[in-house]
Design a protein around this ligand. Structure first.
Ligand code: IPM
Ligand code: MG
Length: 361
């Protein structure tokens, strides 16, 4: 079996961490009988440097023609990089938003898992985290404030900016269906997060999520207000199985959830459309401060590659093997600098990739 994978190495640490993920994919293919063919695509700052814009039509077409896209990270230091002197629509992040929209990637899955071996890095008290936690944040990714009408005008001499938050019932229904489907493969619980005490878009969100829930009598549904959710994530993270929410709330809550795990360099993500196609990327950013030093943690990208095998290629056994290899490497005491603790062996980006490859069975 041949897997056609578009690869956006991207900016900052992107090229280093994606290289390790490709290494692990190749090794996994040897064991599980598939072959990866990679097509390099430019996006973000790397595309600005060559084409003057963060995402070309050609890249979109080539991404669409692949079976899945593996991505590193995009963007640079917003204070010093020349990319941020460009107008907002030409900056690296604009490319990311555009590819999400163009490829219809409405469902963003961000697992936040506390690894037992890394529980020392978790900023929460042990009594809160004992036994670990494992939640899947399902963020709507192509609607809401990110894609609503936006403008800045001067009204009667006063500068005024508008961003609009719109959702229609179809946009809400399709992400809710995905969330309930995924809950069925997990612990059968969805907590839908909104601001229904204030926002119309949230009141419609709640109604539609309840309609969808009727088709899933085996899954429990709870609603939670977003401000309370921000609190509950640090007070009792274990209560979350699938956390379903709209775009902006999901952006904020997924950063909070990842911080709570204590190891953002460990967290994968998948952005999916209605088909098997997906874009897979680590949850962390491009970390320009450590780019090129070979010390970044490649595990989030490697776990994103595992998600790709699971969701786009139905290679569940191969995905399990990668996840097990990552756990084993941690049990064996190997750590990159970001997750280093006393008594462990510190390794660099490429060594971590090799160690994981050695443990793929
Ligand atoms: C993310 C990022 C992006 C977002 C930025 C880079 C536009 O924060 O993927 O969470 O806000 O969606
Ligand atoms: Mg974010």
């Amino acid at each position: 079996m041949k897997l056609n994978i578009g690869v956006i190495k991207g900016d900052g640490i992107g090229p280093e961490i994606v290289t390790e993920a490709m290494k692990v994919l190749d090794r996994t293919g040897e064991v599980y009988g598939f072959q990866c063919s990679y097509e390099q695509l430019l996006m973000g700052g790397a595309s600005i440097d060559v084409h003057g814009i963060p995402l070309t039509d050609e890249t979109i077409e080539r991404a669409k023609a692949s079976d899945a896209v593996l991505m590193g990270s995009i963007g640079g230091d917003t204070n010093t990089s020349p990319w941020y002197k460009l107008e907002p629509s030409k900056r690296p992040e604009a490319g990311l938003l555009k590819i999400r929209k163009e490829l219809g990637l409405f469902a963003n899955l961000r697992p936040a898992v506390l690894y037992e071996e890394l529980s020392g890095a978790c900023p929460l008290k042990e009594e809160i985290t004992a036994g670990g936690f494992d939640m899947m944040i399902m963020r709507e990714l192509t609607g809401g404030l990110y894609f609503g009408e936006r403008k800045t005008v001067e009204e009667n001499g006063i500068r005024t900016a508008y961003d609009s938050l719109t959702y229609n019932e179809n946009e809400i229904r399709r992400i809710a269906v995905k969330a309930f489907d995924i809950a069925r493969k997990r612990r059968h619980k969805v907590i839908s997060v909104d601001k229904a005490n204030v926002l119309d878009s949230s009141r419609l969100w709640r109604k539609v999520v309840e309609e969808v829930a009727k088709d899933y009598p085996d899954v429990t549904l709870e609603h939670m207000l977003v401000d309370n959710c921000a609190m509950q994530l640090v007070k009792n993270p274990k209560q979350f199985d699938v956390l379903l929410t709209e775009n902006m709330f999901g952006d904020i809550l997924s950063d909070e959830a990842s911080m709570v795990t204590g190891s953002i360099g460990m967290l994968a993500s998948a952005s999916l459309n209605e088909t098997k196609f997906g874009l897979y990327e680590p949850s962390g950013g491009s970390a320009p401060d450590i780019a090129g030093k070979g010390i970044a943690n490649p595990i989030a990208t490697i776990l994103s590659a595992a998600m790709m095998l699971r969701y786009s290629f139905d290679q569940d056994d191969a995905a399990d093997a990668i996840e097990a290899a990552v756990s084993q490497v941690l049990k064996d005491g190997y750590r990159t600098g970001d997750i280093m603790s006393d008594g462990c062996t510190k390794v660099n980006t490429a060594q971590m990739g090799d160690l994981i490859c050695e443990r793929i069975h």
